[in-house]
Design a protein around this ligand. Structure first.
Ligand code: NAD
Length: 441
C-alpha cells in the first residue's frame, strides 16, 4: 500500500514512520521546505523518544521518504492522510480549517485512480463531508472515498501509542475504503486492537469527546486539589483512592498547574463552540475551559506567595518549560503563563529544560537558559518545578540547596515528598497536599 501523509508534524511524522514500519510505503509531504530538507539530511525536527531511530529505519528500508511535492506523492497513493494543523481560530475558538482546506484543494487536483482521503487531523464534525464536497467541486472526475481516522497518540509516548493503541477509530461509509484502512492497520489485528468502525461524523466527534473527557478529569482533580488544601487532605492519596476504582481509572488524575499542550486547550474550546452552534451546549466542557484558563493564570501567584509574597529582585529557577515531559512542544504550556508573570512581578528567571529550550527561547524572552537543574538553581531564591521530566525526579537536594540563595521549592507536579524536602531544609509547596506550611500559597 502507498500512503501520502500530508503534514509532517508531530502526528504526520510519527504516523508516517509507523505506517512504514507496518510495511506500507509512505511519502511524508510538508509545505515547509526547511523541515523536509532537515528530514532528508536525516535530522528529526521534533523531540520524540524513539522517533529518530524509527525514521532512520524507515528511510533505510526504502519505505519512508520526504518531499514538498504533494502532487506526485498523492498521484501514487492508495490512501492520502491529512495530518495538518487545526489550531484555534483567532477570536472565536473554532478549529481553524484553513490548512485542511488548502491541503484538500491540492490533493483534489493531484488525484489519479481510486484513492481514500483520510482526515487524521482533529477536525470538527462535518469536516470530512465538507472536504469530500470540496474535492468533488475541485475535481469532478476524482474517484475517491472519504474517511475519518482521528489520532489518539500522546506526545512523549507517540510511537508506542501508535503501534499499540487502545483502539483505532475509523469513520467511513464505503466498504472499499474500509478495506484499504483495514489493510493499512492489519498489523494491529494481530494484537487484537479494537477497531471502531463508524460514520464520519461519529469518528470526528469521538476524538473531541475523548479529549474533552480527559481534560475534564484533569480539571476535576485540580479542583479537588484546591479543596484538599483548604481541608488538610492529600490529593495524591485521594487520586490513588479514586483511581484504583476500575470505573474511574488512575490516569489523568494528577493535580498540577492546569492542562496545556497542542490538543486539549484547542479541542475543548472547539467542542464547546461546535456544541453551542449546534444548539446543544456542553456546559461541563465550557466550565472546564474557563477553570483551566483561570488556573494557569493563577499559578505564578503560588510561586510568589511561596517566596513570601514578592519576587521583586529575586531569582526563580524554573525546571521544565515544555507542556509535559518527553516533548519539546511548547504549545499552550503553563510555563508560557507562569514565566512572564514572574518576570512581570520583578523576578529574574533562570530556566532549564532537557529538550524544549530551543523552542522556548523565542517565546520566553529575558530568561537565562541553563545547562542543568543545578546550574539553574545557582543564586536562586526559589526553584519552581513546572514539568516532571525524569531527570528532575531524583535531584540531589543538598547540592541544589547549596547552590541557591534561598531554600524555597515549589513543586507544581507533586514529584517530591514534603518530609524529604523539609529534611533538606526547603520550604516546600506542592499542589493539594494538606495545609500549606509556613504561609498560604
Ligand atoms: P504540527 O503543527 O506539528 O504539524 C502540521 C504540519 O502540517 C506542519 O509541519 C505544517 O508545515 C504542515 N502543513 C500545513 N499545511 C500544509 C499543506 N497544505 N501541505 C503540506 N503540509 C502542510 O501539528 P500536529 O501536532 O502534528 O497536529 C496535526 C493534527 O493532529 C491536528 O489536527 C492535531 O489536533 C491532531 N493531533 C495532534 C496530536 C499531538 O499530540 N500533537 C495528537 C492527536 C491529534
Amino acid at each position: 500500500m502507498h500512503i501520502a501523509m500530508i503534514g509532517t508534524g508531530y502526528v504526520g511524522l510519527v504516523s508516517g514512520a509507523c505506517f512504514a514500519e507496518f510495511g506500507s510505503t509512505v511519502t511524508c509531504v510538508d509545505s515547509n521546505h526547511d523541515k523536509i530538507e532537515q528530514l532528508r539530511r536525516g535530522e528529526v525536527p521534533i523531540y520524540e523518544p524513539g522517533l529518530q531511530e524509527l525514521v532512520e529505519h524507515g528511510v533505510r528500508s526504502g519505505r519512508l521518504r520526504f518531499t514538498t511535492d504533494l502532487a506526485s506523492a498523492v498521484a501514487q497513493a492508495d490512501a492520502v492522510f491529512l495530518a495538518v494543523g487545526t489550531p484555534s481560530r483567532r477570536g472565536d475558538g473554532h478549529a481553524d480549517l484553513q490548512y485542511v482546506d488548502a491541503a484538500a484543494g491540492e490533493v483534489a487536483k493531484a488525484l489519479t485512480g481510486y484513492t481514500v482521503i483520510v482526515t487524521k487531523s482533529t477536525v470538527p464534525v462535518g469536516t470530512g463531508r465538507r472536504v469530500a464536497n470540496l474535492v468533488r467541486a475541485t475535481n469532478p472526475l476524482a474517484h475517491f472515498d472519504m474517511a475519518s481516522n482521528p489520532e489518539f497518540l500522546r506526545e512523549g509516548s507517540a510511537i508506542g501509542d501508535f503501534m499499540r493503541p487502545d483502539r483505532v477509530v475509523i469513520g467511513c461509509e464505503s466498504e472499499r475504503a474500509r478495506e484499504v484502512l483495514r489493510e493499512l492497520y492489519r498489523p494491529l489485528y494481530l494484537l487484537e486492537t479494537p477497531i471502531v468502525m463508524t460514520s464520519l461524523e461519529t469518528a470526528e466527534l469521538t476524538k473531541y469527546a475523548a479529549n474533552a473527557f480527559l481534560a475534564t478529569k484533569i480539571t476535576f482533580i485540580n479542583e479537588i486539589a484546591d479543596l484538599c488544601e483548604q481541608l488538610g487532605a492529600d490529593v495524591s492519596d485521594v487520586a490513588r483512592g479514586m483511581g484504583l476504582d476500575g470505573r474511574i481509572g488512575k490516569k489523568f488524575l494528577h493535580a498540577g498547574p492546569g492542562y496545556g499542550g497542542s490538543c486539549f486547550p484547542k479541542d475543548t474550546l472547539a467542542l464547546a463552540r461546535t456544541a453551542h452552534d449546534a444548539g446543544s451546549p456542553v456546559r461541563i466542557v465550557e466550565t472546564v475551559v474557563a477553570i483551566n484558563a483561570e488556573r494557569k493564570a493563577r499559578m505564578a501567584d503560588r510561586i510568589i506567595a511561596a517566596c513570601g509574597g514578592s519576587v521583586q529582585g529575586k531569582t526563580v529557577a524554573v525546571l521544565g518549560v515544555s507542556f509535559k515531559p518527553n516533548t519539546d512542544d511548547m504549545r499552550e504550556s503553563p510555563s508560557l503563563n507562569i514565566v512572564p508573570a514572574l518576570q512581570h512581578a520583578g523576578a529574574q528567571v533562570r530556566a532549564y529544560d532537557p529538550a524544549a529550550m530551543h523552542e522556548a527561547a523565542p517565546l520566553l524572552p529575558g530568561v537565562t537558559w541553563c545547562t542543568d537543574a543545578y546550574h539553574a538553581a545557582q543564586g536562586a531564591h526559589a526553584v519552581a518545578l513546572l514539568t516532571e521530566w525524569n531527570e528532575f525526579r531524583g535531584l540531589d537536594l543538598e547540592q541544589l540547596g547549596g547552590a541557591m540563595a534561598g531554600r524555597v521549592f515549589v513543586d507544581l507536579r507533586n514529584v517530591y515528598r514534603a518530609e524529604a524536602m523539609a529534611a533538606a531544609g526547603f520550604r516546600y509547596r506542592s499542589i493539594g497536599r494538606g495545609p500549606l506550611r509556613g504561609g498560604t500559597a
